[in-house]
Design a protein around this ligand. Structure first.
Ligand code: NAD
Ligand code: UGA
Length: 462
């Protein structure tokens, strides 16, 4: 089976970049990315892409209009494709059975119904969204039950492992590509067809093939293990602050052990992003569904430590500022959930700002990539009323404007530009004592002390 035409449902943070990379690496394949969100598709077709990722614009521009297309016209794109990626969102369910833990599969289901409605002939359907184990069975059932033609469908699992901020390099040189398929001749033929797409740029030994359920589960487990490392080091950050140990030194010391490894051991204000919490909660729900309460509790604790890390950071600010932040100006540097992205989903900053505003603080936010509309929407979504946002939340055009007249500054995202701030200038602009709360341990501790700041650094203390 040779793939010449690919369609992707979902033009978000995964669908857009992954399909752009496939198009750029496979000029012989026509790739059409579809979404019903007109504004998103318009942005993909413009000079201002809806997703900020270093290097992404160049990749998109190298293929767009040649073999890469973005459209809201879903049906003809599905009909023309040999292979259809499903890259729609799978958020946590907000109501009903499993609310707050289980994945909401409504977009997966609507995508499957649409594919069944317009497909003819042989189609390969690829789950790229992160989904619970056994979702392939549900997709297959919907496809088969709703097809009115003689269409046949092979469902594959091909989870995506890119991280935001490094999406282009992650896709260009992935640690592995994982593809799960049915253990039948047709399933294996479909799996080989997808392997041959990636083999255009990924070495064969990095393309792992498994059964469907291993592939589906591995994605949740990979995210759970990564998040667990962050919660582990964040739990130790509190112990470091209490004892005088330095969390970065501890991370370095343990990371040299090749069995532990050095990555994902950076203490922080807590992990954010659209996936870690959602995917762990999904894993917790799966364990509960299979009557495994102990593993469920174990994985739930990774999220609980993360929530605790965010709350104790706010508590530290309030206690240090003489037990009240009411009416005080607090500069927040960084709102994105990590550097090099404009994505704020589940960003620790949202929770920290919410809790500071609840204490009647006047918060001034600066982020180099996140637009004001996104910040306002995020704060409304966590329950801050519009009039309080208007009154108590300000957006600054640069870090120096943010800190002017501030009682304290808190770094919440590790943007590189914060590492080289003009500290004497900042000290001069702030009220005294000039308090700093470095939630990412990125500011030079010696320089902070030298220039007269009263600084608290996560995992290092005061
Ligand atoms: P997103 O919300 O940015 O994009 C999803 C898009 O799907 C939206 O634009 C929505 O309009 C569209 N959509 C919904 N139903 C549709 C349909 N029937 N047809 C066409 N389009 C439809 O989400 P995302 O961040 O791209 O994540 C997508 C999936 O990938 C999730 O399951 C997520 O867990 C997983 N994932 C995300 C990342 C990441 O870095 N964001 C990394 C790996 C995996
Ligand atoms: C994560 C995984 O790294 C990807 O492999 C996966 O594909 C993706 O989730 C997904 O499924 O969506 P992402 O959330 O984009 O990627 O970014 P990460 O680099 O993993 O960072 C997540 C959060 O953890 C960020 O808030 C980051 O600041 C924080 N973090 C990361 C730390 O606090 N410490 C670290 O050592 C590493």
């Amino acid at each position: 089976m040779i793939i010449t035409s690919i369609c992707c449902l979902g033009a978000g943070y995964v669908g857009g970049p992954t399909m752009a990379m496939i198009a750029a690496k496979c000029p012989h394949i026509q790739v059409t990315v579809c979404d019903m969100n007109q504004a998103r598709i318009d942005a993909w077709n413009s000079d201002t892409l809806p997703v900020y990722e270093p290097g992404l614009k160049e990749v998109v521009e190298s293929a767009r209009g040649k073999n890469l297309h973005f459209t809201t016209d879903l049906k003809p794109a599905i009909a023309a494709a040999d292979l259809i990626f499903v890259c729609v969102g799978t958020p946590t369910k907000s109501h009903g059975i499993g609310a707050g833990r289980a994945a909401d599969l409504r977009y997966i289901e609507s995508a499957a119904r649409l594919i069944a409605e317009v497909s003819e002939g042989n189609k390969i359907i690829v789950e790229k969204s992160t989904i619970p184990v056994k979702t392939a069975t549900a997709i297959q059932a919907i496809l088969t039950a709703n097809s009115t033609t003689n269409a046949t469908f092979q469902v594959l699992s091909n989870p995506e492992f890119l991280a935001e901020g490094t999406a282009v390099t992650d896709m260009e040189n992935p640690d592995r590509i994982l593809i799960g398929g049915e253990q039948t001749p047709e399933g294996q033929a479909a799996l080989e067809a997808l392997v041959s797409v990636y083999a255009n740029w990924v070495p064969r030994e990095k393309i792992i093939t498994t059964n469907l359920w291993s592939s589906e589960l591995s994605k949740l487990v990979a995210n759970a293990f990564l998040a667990q490392r962050i919660s582990s080091i964040n739990s130790i950050s509190a112990l470091c602050e209490a004892t005088g140990a330095d969390v970065d030194e501890v991370a370095r010391a343990i990371g040299f052990d090749s069995r532990i490894g050095s990555k994902f051991l950076k203490a922080s204000v807590g992990f954010g992003g659209s996936c870690f919490q959602k995917d762990i909660l999904n894993l917790v729900y799966l364990c509960e569904s299979f009557n495994l309460p102990e593993p469920a509790a174990y994985w739930r604790s990774v999220v609980e430590i993360n929530d605790w890390q965010k709350s104790r950071f706010v508590e530290k600010i309030v206690r240090t500022l003489f037990n009240t932040v009411a009416g005080k100006r607090i500069a927040i540097l960084g709102f994105a959930f990590k550097k090099d992205t404009n994505d704020t989903r589940e960003s620790a900053a949202i929770h920290i700002v919410r809790d500071l505003v609840a204490e009647n603080a006047h918060v001034v936010i600066y982020d180099p990539r996140v637009p004001v509309e996104t910040i306002h929407r995020d704060l409304l979504d966590v329950g801050i009323p519009q009039d309080i946002i208007n009154f108590n939340v300000e957006i600054a055009a640069d870090p120096y404007a943010a800190v002017t007249g501030a009682h304290a500054l808190a770094t919440l995202t590790e943007w590189d530009e914060f590492r080289t701030l003009d500290l004497p200038r900042i000290h001069g602009l702030m009220l005294k004592p000039a308090f700093v709360f470095d939630g990412r341990a990125i500011l030079p501790a010696d320089a902070l002390a030298k220039h007269g700041f009263k600084a608290f650094v996560i995992g290092k203390g005061e």
